[in-house]
Write a protein that binds this ligand. Sequence first.
Ligand code: ZN
Length: 187
Amino acid sequence: MKYCCECGSRLRTPAGRDRLGRRRCEQCGAVFYASPRLGAACIARWDDEVLLVRRGADPGYGLWSLPGGFVEARETPGAGASRELLEEAGVGVEMERPYALFRVAAGHQFHVVYLARLCGTGFAPGPEALEVGLFGETNVPWQRLAFASTRESLRRYFADLRDGRFGFLFADIQPFASATDGSFEAA
Ligand SMILES: [Zn+2]
């Protein structure tokens, strides 16, 4: 970002604040924060299986992920996760609780993942999804997942399902470099 959204003047980096990435307008004094983006997803459960979506858009076209996306202004992360599920799979959930928080790519994004119960199995791919399905641990497409946060969430979830303990997970992760041409390999 080079110019002020308020007055159009040139922005500068305030002294001593470079590390945080914020910018200040020389003319009107407006400050623009380089805040991380928040993504929200859910582990939508039906018996011992979870719902995954095969993505019909980049990043990760053709790969599988938990239903989710970026949280919009004026919506809670839980509402964002259920909205994304409805858009991608046409089905509702009963949100249970936050289950994991990932700090992605050195803090440019955070992904929060909720545990949720599917309201039914009448799901179908929405406009930005190619397929939707329920998967148990053994048939998750582990080599065809779009995001590290999906992989870590599923790994932990199926381990917790075996142990019967569901703690809260926080992890620092790198996103996958996803590809649309089939050259993708899981990290
Ligand atoms: Zn300005």
